[in-house]
Design a protein around this ligand. Structure first.
Ligand SMILES: *Cc1c(COP(=O)(O)O)cnc(C)c1O
Length: 378
């Protein structure tokens, strides 16, 4: 069976973990964590980058940093992973779901203003498949209404919008290093602060609400409890693994893009013969080949296609039960407008295998996909 995902390892991960082991500093914020922070700040231009256990943790930190409370509202797409909404629901805030665009499957910027109420505090965008949302328009709306902008850039490392790295365009950004993403550490993530306004408090929130980071830098002579917070920092073993991945980030991205481009050329004929729709990447977006997805004409066709691929030894998957229809989404959030694009694409989207090492089997995958597609649509 050709799997949907296979975590890529550069070969240097264990060597760097051995160095962390030899140093004997295994808790967080040692040399490897500092290396990762430095890499992220250099790569993205963020004023501050902080490693976390996950993108979910970074989103939870964002909700804390914005002091969100009961009844505050956060506008976001419904077509996303649960953490986008859950991080805010944990603070008692209400996720307000709006529909996505037909082309990029990102939040439809033209629907945001209609969802704003006196309780709206923030817009949380999701850069689906590592392709940016229409950020200039979204930033304009946010500034007109005094709202914060949070980027769920879980899928967006090494991607750009008008040459700006994703995760540093809004006030706060979050990245994921989960093993299904491009750059990985098993579980892992990072919070990005675009400018200095959130940096001091983000360090405190991440260190159990203490000023321990300042203490380690010698800026205060004892550390103490100064705010609410939690333990959001990973240990050095995780950071050592991640360091190896970051060093290879350019190579990883280039190799994924090569696979993505081969899929995209292959799928062109199926698109022109109206069997599928291919992903759209707007001109001002540089993407990271996080995902190759296709849209089939119907739920039935998608089910037949995925089954047909499985019978032929290829694992493809679909995702996102729209959050506005999920049990917790109904309880904690609300939809604004019809969300008909979300309902439709969530039934028709399929994700093809995409991982480094798949190159050798890619022709076979495409051959099987030709067969499975013809059979699914016969
Ligand atoms: C993967 C993902 C997350 C969660 O990331 P974790 O690191 O697993 O917490 C959140 N949002 C989106 C859009 C994702 O793709």
């Amino acid at each position: 069976m050709i799997p949907f995902n296979r975590p890529y390892m550069t070969g240097r991960e264990l060597w760097l973990i051995a160095q962390a082991h030899a140093k004997g500093h295994l808790s967080g914020d040692g040399d490897f964590t500092r290396r990762c922070h430095h890499w992220l700040q250099k790569q993205t231009g963020a004023a501050r980058a902080l490693l976390t256990h996950s993108c979910t943790a970074a989103l939870e930190m964002s909700a804390l940093l914005l002091d969100l409370r009961d009844g505050d509202e956060v506008i976001m797409p419904s077509y996303t992973f649960v953490s986008t909404a859950n991080a805010f629901a944990l603070r008692g805030a209400v996720p307000v779901f709006v529909d996505v665009r037909e082309d990029t499957l990102n939040i439809d910027e033209n629907l945001i203003e209609a969802a704003i109420t006196p309780r709206t505090r923030a817009i949380c965008v999701v850069h689906y498949a590592g392709v940016a949302c229409e950020m200039d328009t979204i930033l304009q709306i946010a500034s007109r209404h005094g709202l914060a902008v949070i980027e769920d850039a879980a899928q967006g490392i090494m991607s750009h919008y008008k040459n700006r790295p994703l995760g540093t365009i809004g006030d706060l950004g979050s990245l994921s290093f989960h093993e299904t993403k491009n750059i990985i550490s098993g579980e892992g993530g990072a919070l990005l602060c675009r400018d200095a306004s959130f940096t001091e408090r983000s360090e405190i929130i991440r260190e159990k609400g203490t000023n321990r980071s300042k203490f380690f830098r010698g800026q205060v002579d004892k550390y103490t409890w100064v705010d609410i917070g939690s333990s959001f920092l990973p240990g050095e073993i995780t950071a050592a693994f991640l360091s190896a991945q970051m060093d290879a980030a350019e190579d990883i991205t280039a190799r994924r893009i090569a696979i993505w481009n081969r899929y995209h050329s292959w799928a062109k004929r199926h698109e022109s013969e109206e069997r599928i729709r291919r992903p759209t990447v707007p001109d001002d977006c540089g993407h990271n080949a996080h995902m190759y997805y296709m849209l089939l004409p119907s739920l039935e066709a998608r089910t037949r296609f995925i089954d047909g691929l499985r019978q032929r030894g290829v694992q493809a998957v679909f995702h996102y039960i729209p959050l506005h229809t999920a049990p917790a989404g109904l309880r904690h959030g609300r939809g604004n407008g019809t969300l008909s694009v979300t309902d439709s694409i969530s039934e028709r989207l399929v994700r093809m295998p995409l991982w480094i090492g798949l190159e050798d089997n890619l022709d076979e995958v495409m051959e099987k996909a030709d067969e499975a597609l013809m059979a699914a649509l016969a």
